[in-house]
Structure formats: structure tokens, C-alpha cells
Write a protein that binds this ligand. Structure first.
Ligand code: ATR
Length: 484
């Protein structure tokens, strides 16, 4: 039992790997940490394995846990998203007092966070939905943290979170994102961008392997080299590690013995669903989510593999491209597609922020994603600079730096998409991102025809380029036009 002299600054509920690592991180930074888990075995294990690392106050009941916290009480929930989170929130809220802060550090759906914040604030407590990125290692050594909720709760919480967050150039990778669901929304889009980033890296690998015929170890070296330039990032770094791994059982490259069916936990899908509702074209993230779904359609793939006609597929030699030039083209295509994915992700955050009046500052995200999280990359400094330069920029692709980059990249990008198409190799994000780019820069889109069709079958009306108003053509009469 705790005494008044020995109260904890922070508590963690849910001591599976993420929760216990986060608790240990707080303890390593000198905080006294209250810990509680539904089944006491996990609490006991944390204390027996790591109790020496700092000051922990273990509790066997939630009431005891709450009593061991300093006021305002701050408790981070790290349990399964969904019903378990609701159950724990309820127990905490019953035991807490007005002014105390409940933080949900799980991967909650932002609409759940909005609902919970409403319910909890009505009871006089603060509720903070905080996205935490960086996986198990990040939780232990320094994650990127995206807390939402009321700004005043950040005053009590911020210094604690800043102490455990990753640091880049001395700046902690955490800041208050915005009210209620803002933190979890931003974390969701972060994960969506991660899906796209991983898929474009996958497409680059696939082309080097199956177009240029390179071996995984050779491709690992290419990624290592890329990691020292514009593409310098955690995901490119670990890609080189995965590609150089040899399976000890078969002596084959590990990549060749891993089943090519990608899993997902849902945040990518949520990102696309939210983008659809907001009307934002996050095509890169969407194609990345669909690519995972298609990779998992095992029966359909087995039935169609080799069975569908391929048309006149050519060989790499037919393309007449020098291999070294091709590798450089692929690097540029990867960079361009990645830029599009980030640009679309930031568009979605802007739209979500406007829809919910969150006032999210995109510069904050570029800053805090530079460290701790899975998409940490050098390139986020550029995004940060772009928003510093013009916080209202219509698309990141219009920032002078990125605009210039795109000009440098686009020819290579086209060559790569053409080469993949001629070779019959799938590049869903490379190619759809190029179409997105060409759509943005097109003077005219076929949407005019769609408006004509809609007017024909449903009298949905259209606008004209030469005068204001809405118009309808009397298609089944004399085809004259009326203003409506
Ligand atoms: P793991 O498989 O690593 O234990 P998990 O099943 O996702 O992870 O559970 C994560 C945490 O959520 C655990 O701390 C779990 O508590 P238990 O150890 O008692 O299972 C917690 N959790 C899940 N459902 C819960 C609930 N309804 N109430 C409280 N905690 C819950």
C-alpha cells in the first residue's frame, strides 16, 4: 500500500508488452509509477523482472491503484482497444475524482475517443486519447506521442510525456495535438502513411528483384545506400536488414521463405474509411491497404496464378535500360510516390481537423514524427520546413522545394511505371500515385463527362465553364439547355 509520502506521478493500467515497457520508461526517467493489470500475474512479473529499474507501486485492485496516485491523478490505459478500454475507463472513472486525467494510450478509433471524451468530461474528469507510436522498443526507449484531449490536461501531463518521448535535436517527439479525438486521428493517419511507405518500399524491392533480376543481398546493399540520401528513414534501414537475413534452416534468403500475405490490424483501413467520408483522395494509402488485402486473398491468387493470360509481356532486356540507370529510376519513383503518400496523409489531417474544429498544426506532426515512430525519416524535416514556409499551402507538392523535387523525379517515375507495365509487374502505389499527380496537374479531367452522364440519367445538373448557375439538358426532349 502507498502512503501520502509515496505517491506515484503516473500510473499504467494494462501490463502486456507495450504497457510494461511504457511503465519502465517512466521509471527509468525517475518517476514513481503505479502499475495495475487485471490479472495480477503480469503485475508480479513486471515487478520481479524489472522492479529494480525504478520506483513502482504495484496494486492488486483498481481502487488501490487510484489511491496510489498523486493528484491530479494521471493514469494511462494500455489495454486492448474496444470493449476492454471501455471497461477499464469505467472502473477508473468510478474510482477517480474531478480533475483527474484518464489517458488512453491504445490504438483507439478516433470516433470512440470523441465519444469517451464527452462521457468522461461530463463526469468532471479529463480524458486524453493519445496515439503512441514506435512499437515495443519505442515504448521502452522513447516513442512519438500524439495526445489529444483538453489543452489544460496537457499542462499536467506534458512534462511527464516529454520526459519519456524520443528526442530529436533535443526536441521531444510529443506535443498537444488538439481536442478530443485529434490525437488518435493523427495517429491513425500516421499508420496509414506507414502502410503506403511500406508498400512503396515493397514495390521498389519487387522491381529490383523481378525486373532487374537482382538478388536480395544485392538489393539490401542498394537500400543501405539509399538510406544515406533523401530516403534516409527507419523503414528503409530495416528493409536492408530484412533483405540480408538468411534462413538458417534452408540457407535461402529469409524473404523467400516468408509467405507473401501481409497482415493488418485495421488502422490503415480506418484511415481510408475516414478519407472516404471526408472526400480526400488518399490513393496511395488506399492502394497500400488494398494491396495487403489482395496479398491475403490466397485462394483467389492460387486459382488465378498463371491461369490468366498475360498479353505480350516483355523481358528486362527488351526494355533496353541499363541496370544501374534502372536502379536510380526506381529510387526516384519510390521517393516521388512516398512524397505523394505523405502529401495525401497531411491533406486528410487538414480535412479532419477542419471537420472537427481541432486546429491541428501540421508543423507539429512533421516535428514529432521525426523520432520514435515507425515513419521517422530525415525527409520530415523538409515537410516541417514546407509548412514553416507556408502553413496554408494547398498541397505539400506545391511547396517550392517539393515542387522542384517532383520536377527532378517525374521522368524517372514515368519510366518505372511504364517498365513495370511492360513487364507485367504490379506497382499499385507507384502507378496510382503517378495518376494522382497527373490528375492534380491536368487542365481538364474526364469529370466533365461524368457530369454529363449524371445529368443524362438522373437530371443531376452541371455547371458551365463560361457562366455561373446550374444547368440541365433536356436529353429526352429537344436537348435544349435550361437553367435550373
Ligand atoms: P497480451 O496477449 O500480450 O496479454 P492482450 O490480450 O492484447 O495482450 O491484452 C493486453 C492487455 O489488455 C492485458 O493487460 C490484458 O489484461 P490481462 O493480462 O488480465 O488479460 C488487458 N485486458 C484485456 N481485456 C481487459 C478487460 N476487459 N479489462 C481489463 N484489462 C483487460
Amino acid at each position: 500500500m502507498s502512503t501520502e509520502q509515496n505517491l506515484a506521478q503516473i500510473g499504467v493500467v494494462g501490463l502486456a508488452v507495450m504497457g510494461s515497457n511504457l511503465a519502465r520508461n517512466f521509471a527509468h526517467k525517475g518517476h514513481t509509477v503505479a502499475v495495475y493489470n487485471r490479472s495480477t500475474s503480469k503485475t508480479d512479473k513486471l515487478i520481479s523482472d524489472h522492479g529494480e529499474e525504478g520506483n513502482f507501486i504495484p496494486s492488486a485492485t483498481i481502487e488501490e491503484f487510484v489511491a496510489s496516485l498523486e493528484r491530479p491523478r494521471r493514469a494511462i490505459i494500455m489495454v486492448q482497444a474496444g470493449k476492454a478500454t471501455d471497461a477499464v475507463i469505467e472502473q477508473l472513472a468510478d474510482a477517480m475524482e474531478p480533475g483527474d486525467i484518464i489517458i488512453d494510450g491504445g490504438n483507439a478509433l478516433y470516433t470512440d475517443t470523441i465519444r469517451r471524451e464527452k462521457e468522461i468530461s461530463a463526469r468532471g474528469l479529463h480524458f486524453v486519447g493519445a496515439g503512441i507510436s514506435g512499437g515495443e522498443e519505442g515504448a521502452l526507449h522513447g516513442p512519438a506521442i500524439m495526445p489529444g484531449g483538453p489543452a489544460e490536461s496537457y499542462e499536467a501531463l506534458g512534462p511527464l510525456l516529454e520526459s519519456i518521448a524520443a528526442k530529436v535535436d533535443g526536441t521531444p517527439c510529443v506535443t498537444h495535438i488538439g481536442p478530443d479525438g485529434a490525437g488518435h486521428f493523427v495517429k491513425m493517419v500516421h499508420n496509414g502513411i506507414e502502410y503506403a511507405d511500406m508498400q512503396v518500399i515493397g514495390e521498389a524491392y519487387h522491381l529490383l528483384r523481378y525486373a532487374a533480376g537482382m538478388e536480395p543481398s544485392e538489393i539490401a546493399d542498394v537500400f543501405r545506400e539509399w538510406n544515406s540520401g533523401d530516403l534516409d528513414s527507419y523503414l528503409v534501414e530495416i528493409t536492408a536488414e530484412v533483405l540480408s537475413q538468411v534462413d538458417s534452416e534452408t540457407q535461402r534468403p529469409l524473404i523467400d521463405v516468408i509467405v507473401d500475405s501481409a497482415g493488418q490490424k485495421g488502422t490503415g483501413r480506418w484511415t481510408v474509411k475516414a478519407a472516404l467520408d471526408l472526400g480526400i483522395a488518399t490513393t496511395g494509402i488506399g492502394e497500400a491497404v488494398f494491396a495487403r488485402a489482395l496479398s491475403g486473398a490466397q485462394r483467389q491468387r492460387a486459382a488465378t496464378c498463371q491461369a490468366l493470360p498475360s498479353g505480350a509481356v516483355e523481358t528486362f532486356d527488351d526494355l533496353g535500360i541499363d541496370k544501374a540507370d534502372f536502379v536510380e529510376d526506381v529510387r526516384r519513383a519510390l521517393y516521388a510516390s512516398k512524397l505523394v503518400a505523405y502529401s495525401q496523409g497531411f491533406d486528410e489531417i487538414k480535412a479532419g481537423s477542419e471537420e472537427h474544429n481541432w486546429n491541428v498544426d501540421p508543423r507539429d506532426l512533421a516535428m514529432i514524427w521525426r523520432g520514435g515512430c515507425i515513419i521517422r525519416a530525415q525527409f520530415l524535416n523538409r515537410i516541417s520546413e514546407a509548412y514553416d514556409h507556408n502553413p496554408e499551402v494547398e498541397s505539400l507538392l506545391l511547396d517550392p522545394y517539393f515542387h522542384q523535387e517532383m520536377e527532378n523525379l517525374v521522368d524517372s517515375w514515368r519510366r518505372v511505371v511504364v517498365a513495370a507495365t511492360r513487364l507485367g509487374l504490379p506497382v499499385p502505389v507507384f502507378s496510382s500515385s503517378l495518376s494522382y499527380y497527373d490528375s492534380l496537374r491536368a487542365e481538364r479531367l474526364p469529370a466533365a463527362l461524368i457530369q454529363g452522364q449524371r445529368d443524362f440519367f438522373g437530371a443531376h445538373t452541371y455547371q458551365r465553364v463560361d457562366k455561373p448557375g446550374r444547368f440541365h439538358t433536356l436529353w429526352s426532349a429537344d436537348r435544349s439547355e435550361i437553367e435550373v
